[in-house]
Write a new protein. Structure first.
Length: 95
């Protein structure tokens, strides 16, 4: 198994702010899943138990967050990406 990628500096404080500003439960859970990883170093099964999300969803949120940043925590629906013109989460992250 590959080692985990490290989240950018300042992610913990920004996700704490995003959790306070979350308008929906889904937004709060996505921010919480990144926050638990950055602050406490929790594993995916532990985060899944605490948030109620599946492990595959947590892996996807982490991967998309590392590629797109904060946009991954707020816009999730495909309809929203078509309407607003923001690329969907299936876009390949190039570094």
């Amino acid at each position: 198994m590959r080692p985990r990628r490290i989240f950018p500096e300042g992610t913990a404080t920004r996700t704490a702010t995003l959790m306070k500003q979350a308008k929906t439960v889904a937004d709060d859970r996505r921010a919480l899943c990144v926050h638990l990883q950055t602050v406490f170093g929790e594993s995916n099964p532990v985060i899944a138990a605490k948030t109620g999300l599946s492990e595959s969803t947590i892996r996807k949120v982490h991967a998309v967050f590392l590629c797109r940043g904060e946009a991954a925590l707020t816009i999730q629906s495909r309809t929203a990406s078509r309407v607003t013109g923001i690329p969907g989460h299936r876009r390949v992250c190039r570094q």
